[in-house]
Structures are given as C-alpha cells and as structure tokens.
Design a protein around this ligand. Structure first.
Ligand code: AMP
Ligand code: ZN
Length: 421
C-alpha cells in the first residue's frame, strides 16, 4: 500500500474504533466527552491527540473487566502481564482477536522465510504470558511444525532440536545466550550438528552486538520481534530480512512517539516513548497506550519494499533507565559494550549501590578464566574503560567465573538496585 493509502485505511479504522469505544466503554466515553471529541466527527489521524494517554495504571484501576468493549461472553481468552506492583494487567481476546493476532504472526514468519516444512521450537513461556501462545497459533497458520517446548530444561531443548531437526526457534535473548553456552559445554557445534536456520528473539531489550553474537554462536539469522500483551503480544513490529528496524504493522496499530516527560508528540526520527492505539482489537482496544518503550521511527523506505514504517531496536523501557552521577543509563548500553569484548561470556548483572557507584558483574569465558591475574586485571580495566567511553560514568567491574550469576529462562533481571531512596 502507498503511504497515503495506509493513512486513509488507518483513519477509517480509527473512526470505527472511537465510535465503538464511545458506545461500549464508559471509561473512554467519559474521556471523549471531557476532551470534547465527537467520535462521529473525526477529521484526521491527528484528532486522536485530543485524547489523553491510556496508562498501565488505567488498566489496573479498571481491573479486571472495566475496559471490555464487548460483552463478557464474546471473550474467549485471558492473558495477563505482570507489572512491578499490585495487580497484574488483564487483557482479553475475542475469537476475532485470536484470528487477527495469528495472522499478524503468520505475516512476520512468512516475511522471514518460515513456513511449511519448518520445525519451530517455541521456547517462550506458555501460560498467562502472550509470548508463546500467540506465536504458536501464527506458526501453525503458516504450516510449520510447532514444538511447544516452553523455556528451560536445556538438555531436553537440545534433544528436541536434534531429534526433530528444528529449523527455527523463538526465545528470549538471555536464554539464547545461555543455550549457546550449554551447547558449547556439550561440544555440540550448532552450525554442523544441528539444522537451525533462524531464531526470533523478543520479550526483552538487547543490543545489536548481542544479535550478532547469537547469530555467530548458532550460525543462524536472528530477527527481532516486538510486542506487548496490551497489543496482542508478539507480532506488533518485526524485522524483515534487511534486519534494519522492525516494521510496525500499521494496518493494525497506530503508532506515535512522545516525549515521556512532557507527553509532547515528537516528529519522525526523534527518540522517545512508543504510544500505540490498537485499531483492530475487538475485545479490549486501547487508545494511545503508553508502552514505556523507548525507540524512534525510521521513515526512509525499506529495501524490502514494504511501506509500513519501522521502529528502531528498543533502547529500553523508560522505567528501566537509571541514573548514576546524574547520567541517564539504559542497561542495553552496558550490554552493548560487554558483547563486543572477547572473553566475556554471556551473563552479566548491573548492581547499583549508591548514588555514584555502578558495579558491573560479568562472567568470563572458561578459557579466559585461566587464573592468570595479570590477564584478568588487564581485561577488567579494559572493560571499565570501554564503558566509561560509552557512558561517561566509570563502573567498578567484577569478573566472575562462568556459571556464577543466576540464569534466566524468561525475562532476565539485569539491574539490581540496592539504593534506598
Ligand atoms: P509483556 O507484555 O509481558 O509480554 O512485555 C512486553 C514488554 O516486553 C514490552 O513493552 C517491552 O518492554 C518488552 N519487549 C518485548 N519485545 C521486545 C523486543 N524485541 N525488544 C525489546 N523489548 C521488548
Ligand atoms: Zn523491510
């Protein structure tokens, strides 16, 4: 579709959406009335800016059924997303929502070459999380053989890969790094001994360096997959084979980038928080939902020819950002440095002890942990210097034996904040 046609399509969906929520969701009806927005008189996509943002607090305050736009018996599935405090957020799917989310995943998989004949090992958590189930339905839709492995039990994962000749897998970046280290330990060379071709990595932010490292360790293509429960789960934005930003599926999602502090809408190319309106969700559409994810819109035409705009790799969540010595830092900036240093293994942790101390604990590769103190001291100052060059803040680096830090199967907890406010 030409850009203009996409916008026309979005406007038509937006009009219908606002009408629907006005008639069915008291929360949004009040908001429209307060903003003086008549859903029967939407002139352009920008009209949406008259409405305030929907936040995760709004979801909690209306928990569990308050934001439903259909009657309860139209709803066929519940997913939740855990917040940091209190009640989880409850999100509902109608039959149509399940169908549309599977279609979006099917689009993503087809775009990256997965289809009939592929064996997709799904190592995300099944259950209340969307990650595994939504991918599962989409992968079945394209005719792949889906192995609902879930995360963990790494020996069994490897046996499944061997026995069923897995070609593609869906995994968090932190678990992929761990899986690679177990394969190494077992003397299995994925490039020679397994049939893997590509992996889909999402659910947590990771750097380009980590992608490259995982591609190298497994001998595969890695594609970035972005989504959140509030917007179906995975399949909101996805990388094409250009691997240069994720196409956000604008026929389903209306995206804005805002300044997270002021709420001001930013122009294309400026870094800020992604705000999404789910144009086509039936059971529980959300308007101007604040994702908390920091990214930017890439507008130049993608080499692949698709006209959906792209968002850049997620830099982090605005609530993940921490401040040391007055400098704003995202964990991913540290990860990016670590992944570029030879001898550094897959696992690391950031510990904040006081206003001005940043501690970076990082596991070493087995070969480098050779007991030669001189080597270690050199490496330690090399890492510390590289991080200082990136962040201005000089960290205290602790080198650890492989296997010392906790291993994550789901979303990794990278930052331990021991500071008392
Ligand atoms: P959940 O709703 O529990 O599945 O979590 C969704 C959140 O996970 C998003 O808002 C992002 O913060 C994070 N996330 C998901 N996919 C990615 C990705 N590809 N890169 C970075 N963060 C991601
Ligand atoms: Zn593309």
């Amino acid at each position: 579709m030409a850009r203009e046609d996409i916008r026309t399509f979005q406007l038509e969906k937006l009009r219908k959406l606002l009408r629907r929520v006005y008639d069915n969701v008291p929360f949004y009806r009040i908001r429209c009335d307060e903003a003086g927005l008549d859903p029967g008189n939407i002139q352009g996509l920008e009209d949406i800016r008259k409405l305030p943002f929907t936040t995760s607090d709004d979801l909690r305050l209306n928990y569990p059924y308050g934001l439903l736009a259909v009657s309860r018996d139209e709803v066929v599935r519940l997913h939740t997303s855990s917040g940091t405090t209190g009640k989880p957020k409850a999100l509902f799917f109608s039959k149509g929502d399940i169908e549309r989310s599977a279609n979006l995943i099917a689009r993503c998989l087809t775009m990256t070459g997965t289809g009939k004949g592929d064996v997709l090992q799904n190592m995300m958590t099944y259950g209340l999380f969307t990650g595994a189930l939504v991918m599962h339905y989409g992968a079945e839709k394209v005719g792949a053989l889906v192995i609902p492995a879930g995360p963990g039990n790494t020996d069994r994962q490897i046996a499944l890969m061997q026995d069923f000749e897995t070609t593609a897998f869906h995994i968090t970046p932190s678990y992929a790094l761990y899986l690679a280290s177990v394969l190494q330990k077992k003397g299995i060379d994925p490039g020679k001994d397994l049939n893997l071709r590509r992996a889909y990595l999402g659910a947590e932010s990771y750097s380009e360096e980590t992608r490259k490292k995982i591609e190298y360790l497994f001998g595969i293509d890695v594609y970035n997959s972005y989504g959140l429960t509030e917007m179906n789960g995975p399949g909101v934005a996805f990388e094409c084979t250009q691997k240069n930003g994720m196409h956000i599926w604008e026929d389903h999602f209306l995206a804005e980038i805002i300044n997270p502090d002021t709420g001001e809408v930013l122009s294309d190319g400026q870094k800020g928080e992604l705000v999404i309106t789910s144009l086509r969700r039936e059971a529980m559409p959300l308007i101007r939902y604040r994702t908390r994810d920091i990214t930017q819109m890439i507008t130049d035409v993608c080499e692949c020819g698709r006209t959906h705009r792209r968002i850049s790799r997620i830099l982090g969540r605005s609530d993940d950002m921490f401040v040391v010595k007055g400098v704003n830092i995202f964990p991913q900036q540290i990860e990016q440095v670590l992944m570029g240093v030879t001898g550094v293994a897959q696992n690391y942790q950031i510990v904040l002890e006081s206003y001005d101390t940043l501690i970076v604990k990082v596991e070493m590769s087995k070969e480098l942990f050779d007991g030669n103190i001189e080597h270690l001291v050199k490496l330690q100052s090399q890492i510390s210097e590289k991080i200082r060059a990136e962040l201005i803040v000089k960290p205290k680096v602790e080198l650890l034996e492989p296997g010392t830090l906790p291993v994550s199967e789901g979303k990794a907890k990278r930052v331990i904040d021991n500071r008392t406010m």
